[in-house]
Ligand binder design. Structure first.
Ligand code: CAA
Ligand code: NAD
Length: 302
């Protein structure tokens, strides 16, 4: 008889998510919706509150379609699967899977995983939702045993609506880790694809250069953000033009991605001209205009 993968891979029941921002909140939500016991952790109570707010709004939206007669009952049942804490050590004690969705900084991510490696169960799988950093370099913050249980798990914004997840294997990621991640993402209702640990994986490698080039187009004075958005929505069939999408993704996150890739470009992993610094992007970030999450980006989006 053919051995099913469930006999060789551990089934994920307890999920801990680090970072209660745009992505972490969405990942915690879909975990809870698929019946996992979820702990959401961040550094401040205010950030956790922000995450729970994002989740409540999104769940209300889902409930309006799935359970229009009992929106309150639907959302509160799912919210019961989510606990929150600022205590990172406690948050991972019983986790089967950790998904990290904190700031896009290799140092901060490595510091967190290095600490979690000493606190989590030996068989707990670690995954990073990084958009652009090397999964292998993040995994190197952990011991050898854990590195076999370390992978990239890249969700898309807004997590409850976007069906894709990219699973990134490093040379050390074991097959059983990969299978466990595939299985849990299918349970979450996602469609997994696999990619090597290369800058931007599949989607961002193609999407981010396009977003950056659209900012350069405005800088050159070729067209306005409004006209570029209209052009790509009506002329290329994209659901959002590049400037609406930049505000949606976060200008800070986009800037971190470009910055990280500049370092990779020096080593030849990506073309240098794709990631040349862009004055307009850096100016907006410096002014605190991060996009939707701060109320102002290329558009006023409060
Ligand atoms: N929570 C729950 N459900 C949501 C949601 C949310 N926050 N946002 C949208 N939805 C659902 C809606 O309820 C609706 O569901 P049904 O089809 O079942 O009715 C569906 O998504 C479509 O939403 P709407 O009809 O309200 O609006 P829309 O058609 O304009 O779609 C959108 C909204 C899905 C965000 C769409 O505009 C879109 O796809 N935009 C592009 C998003 C994108 O490209 N994301 C990737 C960014 S890059 C990234 O994430 C990677 C990275 O590392 C930076
Ligand atoms: P965000 O700014 O909305 O949220 C980040 C959260 O992480 C904040 O709440 C912050 O307080 C928290 N945080 C920072 N350091 C922490 C730590 N040491 N421990 C716990 N929490 C900490 O960012 P986001 O857009 O959710 O992005 C998070 C990650 O997901 C990044 O790696 C980003 O590249 C990636 N990502 C983003 C998108 C997107 O469209 N925004 C899509 C896919 C992947």
């Amino acid at each position: 008889r053919h051995l099913s993968t469930s006999q060789s891979t551990a089934k994920v029941e307890r999920l801990t998510v680090f970072g209660a921002g745009l992505m972490g909140a969405g990942i915690a939500q879909i975990g809870a919706q698929s019946g996992l016991k979820v702990i959401l952790s961040d550094v401040t109570d205010k950030a956790l509150e922000n995450g729970l707010n994002i989740i409540s709004k999104s769940l209300t939206r889902v409930a309006k379609k799935k359970s229009p007669d009992d929106i309150e009952g639907f959302t509160s049942k799912i919210l019961q699967n989510i606990e929150t804490t600022t205590d990172a050590g406690k948050a991972v004690q019983e986790a089967d899977l950790v998904v990290e969705a904190i700031i896009e900084s290799i140092k901060v991510k490595r510091d967190l995983f290095g600490f979690l490696d000493t606190k989590a169960k030996a068989d707990c799988i670690f995954a990073t939702n990084t958009s652009s950093l090397s999964v292998k370099e993040i995994a190197e913050s952990c011991g050898k045993e854990r590195r076999e249980k370390f992978a990239g798990l890249h969700f898309f914004n807004p997590v409850p609506a976007m069906k894709l997840v990219e699973i990134i294997k490093t040379p050390e990621t074991s097959n059983s880790t990969y299978e466990s991640l595939r299985e849990v993402t299918l349970r979450m209702g996602k469609s997994p694809v696999t990619c090597n640990d290369t800058p931007g994986f599949i989607v961002n490698r193609l999407l981010v250069p396009y977003l950056l080039e659209s900012i350069r187009m405005v800088e050159r004075g070729d067209a306005t953000p409004e006209d570029i958005d209209t052009a790509m929505e009506l002329g290329a069939g994209y659901p959002m033009g590049p400037f609406k999408l930049l505000d949606f993704v976060g200008l800070d996150t986009t800037s971190y991605i470009a910055q990280g890739w500049r370092e990779k470009a020096a080593a030849g992993a990506i073309s240098k001209e794709l990631v040349e610094p862009i004055g307009l992007l850096e100016k907006l970030v410096k002014e605190g205009k991060m996009g939707r999450k701060s109320g102002q980006g290329f558009y006023n989006v409060s």
